[in-house]
Design a protein around this ligand. Structure first.
Ligand code: 5GP
Ligand code: MN
Ligand code: MN
Length: 330
């Protein structure tokens, strides 16, 4: 990681230039949390021309609307056409930047903060650490190198990011380093219980009924993935409409599905438009699902990955089933 290049570039361009922060499409807790936490850090440095944005429809998932720094967010249509400095958060591949990709060549410098092993190496200065549990780990390190002290607002953003990507400190990447960072963040005075309730344990009644429908049609495929097994389900735009729910509520749907004890791999296929589906893949360790996702045009991590699929849900799942056999770990 090129820390010194990142620090000197930020010192050179940020105080007087226009700084545009971008995270990935369909932003999750790590994308928004690492980006807004870093944005607040730049505010503390006295940076005044600051915008944060993400590609696609300008809809902030309800759980994140109360994040500190959320007022720095602007729709992509309002993001500066020619920023001086672009900072990119939690983006493994250029395809995840949508139309905002055109800001990168127009800026005087780009710094990429990320933690995906599948990162394609786009952008100018790369701070990509595949051993980091979340992009917010990289963001915290860069803030430290910029001599920005943590405060409770920055900490809340970085904590939401860290808690999101570690599954609330349950996944294997929950290392001593992760808990040490969490300790630093909590020491600023933030309230972990309150934040967790708001981010993870709160959803509309209609979303629960929607989950009931979608979980009710889940299918078990014990012979998939070389006998390690797969469980899958799908959600359509009609499901969302019937229960008057927004698409982002489905981001949490993979969690009950991946708990199924009989199998290793879980798959949730979510309709984006006619014949177009966002696919979430999870593994308990038998399969490298990022390899599967990369083969199907996406990316991610060994045990959590995704891609865009086409056709009917059954066709998408068949393409996954075919690839699973090829990427068994060991
Ligand atoms: P999720 O299933 O929570 O949407 O995504 C899990 C992981 O896969 C995340 O790390 C995310 O960055 C990655 N991912 C999900 N969808 C895509 C995709 O369409 N393209 C790429 N490159 N990565 C994806
Ligand atoms: Mn993410
Ligand atoms: Mn992440």
């Amino acid at each position: 990681a090129d820390w010194s290049a990142a620090v000197s570039t930020i010192h050179e361009l940020a105080p007087t230039g226009r700084v545009l922060l971008i995270c990935h499409v369909n932003p999750d807790g790590d994308a928004l949390g690492s980006m807004l936490g870093f944005a607040l850090g730049l505010c503390r440095l006295g940076v005044t021309q600051l915008q944060a944005t993400f590609p696609g429809e300008f809809e902030i998932p309800e759980p994140f609307t109360a994040l500190p720094g959320v007022d720095l967010l602007v729709p992509e249509s309002q993001a500066w056409e020619d920023p001086d400095l672009v900072l990119v958060f939690d983006v493994a591949a250029e395809s995840r930047l949508g139309a905002l990709i055109d800001r990168l060549p127009r800026a005087r410098a780009t710094v990429v903060l990320d933690h995906h092993a599948s990162n394609t190496g786009f952008g100018g200065i790369q701070l990509v650490d595949p051993t980091a549990a979340a992009t917010s780990v990289v963001a915290e390190e860069l803030l430290k190198r910029l001599d920005v002290p943590l405060d409770v607002q920055i900490a809340e953003c970085l904590y939401v990011a860290l808690a999101t990507d570690t599954g609330s400190f349950r996944f294997d990447m929950t290392t001593p380093r992760v808990h040490e960072m969490a300790a630093r963040l909590i020491a600023t005075g933030l309230r972990p219980g309150e934040i967790s309730r708001r981010i993870f344990d709160s959803r509309p009644f209609g979303a629960m009924k929607l989950f009931a429908d979608v979980l009710g049609r889940a299918q078990l495929d014990p012979t998939a993935a070389g006998g390690h097994g797969m469980v899958w389900t799908y959600a359509t735009l009609d499901d969302l409409e019937r229960h008057a729910q927004r698409p982002y509520v489905l981001d949490a749907l993979i969690d009950p599905v991946r708990c199924v004890a009989e199998v290793d791999v879980s798959v949730v296929v979510k309709q984006l438009s006619e014949g177009v589906w966002a696919v979430s893949l999870r593994s308990k360790g038998a399969v490298d699902v990022s390899a599967v996702a990369i083969k199907l045009g996406g990316g991610g991590h060994r045990l959590a990955a995704g891609f865009t699929g086409y056709g009917r849900p059954g066709d998408v799942v068949t393409s996954v089933r075919d690839e699973l056999e090829k990427h068994l770990i060991r």
